[in-house]
Design a protein. Structure first.
Length: 255
């Protein structure tokens, strides 16, 4: 008789960090007996289960690390409310082809039209594919880079931003940058140029970017690199936030 015990088996699975299998091995052993599975079928089913579990955990981890301000998907976006957006363009972006190609996506439009929602939606999709993603506002980004100068970690910080396969820089232009901040932003864009994809959102049209960066020369150098390989989604429409507010007040009025 073999000296294999269930407890011993559990211990081995735990030691190998096969956490899911340690929970389901019991059920799979029974299934193999009941359905007279071949050795390879049995092994394949066990491994599929563990792989699916690891993939799911990896996605959750990637989503957590990305630091999204909220979790909303492309599927949750109401395209009927925003007819200025060509749905086909978003579907194409949702294939994520722009990420390995190191291309950029820019969402432009007034507040509340869904720029951040779409950027987060693409980011979540990327995380689900195991793509290392990071979300940050333009203001936070510059604040982090400026702070890193004080403790001599500027280079380290710059490098860390390069490690993300997808970087999302939200709200470019909400707050104008001074010359130094514009310079840091420019350096980051140069380092990612043609190497790593970036999604930007902005409430300012490209013509206004000279004002954001307080210098038309640096603004055009930044735009030149960003736009070289890029897709711009110009959203012209009503704010979804205002619609929700309006619906709330209309309802109250009727009562
Ligand atoms: P923006 O970044 O353009 O200011 P957000 O993406 O933050 O706007 O959108 C504001 C809120 O409205 C978010 O909660 C977002 O999920 C929601 N929203 C905006 N547009 C839509 C839409 N077309 N369908 C569903 N929700 C939307
Ligand atoms: Mg926004």
């Amino acid at each position: 008789m073999s000296d294999i015990t269930y407890v011993g088996l559990q211990e081995k699975l735990m030691n190998l960090n096969l956490l899911r299998l340690s929970q389901s091995v019991d059920q799979y052993c029974q299934k193999a007996l009941d359905e007279k599975l071949s050795y390879s079928e049995f092994l394949s089913q066990l491994l599929d289960e563990e792989l699916a579990y690891k993939k799911q955990r990896n996605c959750q981890f990637k989503i957590q690390m990305a630091q999204f301000p909220f979790r909303k998907t492309i599927e949750q976006f109401d395209f009927a409310f925003q007819p200025s957006i060509e749905k086909r363009k978003i579907q194409e972006l949702a294939t994520l082809r722009f990420i390995p190609n190191g291309e950029n996506v820019i969402f432009l439009g007034p507040p509340g039209v869904g720029k951040t929602h779409l950027a987060v939606g693409l980011g979540i999709r990327a995380c689900m594919q195991g793509i290392k993603t990071y979300f940050i506002t333009a203001e936070q980004l510059v604040r982090k880079l400026t702070a890193s100068l004080a403790d001599n970690t500027f280079e380290q910080k710059m490098k860390s931003f390069r490690t993300y396969q997808l970087l999302i820089i939200d709200e470019v232009g909400y707050i104008p940058f001074d010359r130094q901040a514009s310079n840091y932003f420019f350096q980051l864009i140069c380092r990612r140029y043609e190497k790593g994809a970036v999604i930007f959102t902005s409430n300012r049209s490209y013509g206004d970017w000279g004002d954001i960066f307080n210098d038309p020369v640096i603004a055009s150098a930044i735009l030149d690199r960003i736009l070289h390989h890029s897709t711009t989604i110009n959203i012209r429409g009503e704010s979804f936030r205002l619609r929700e507010k309006k619906m709330f007040f209309d309802k109250k009025h009727k009562q």
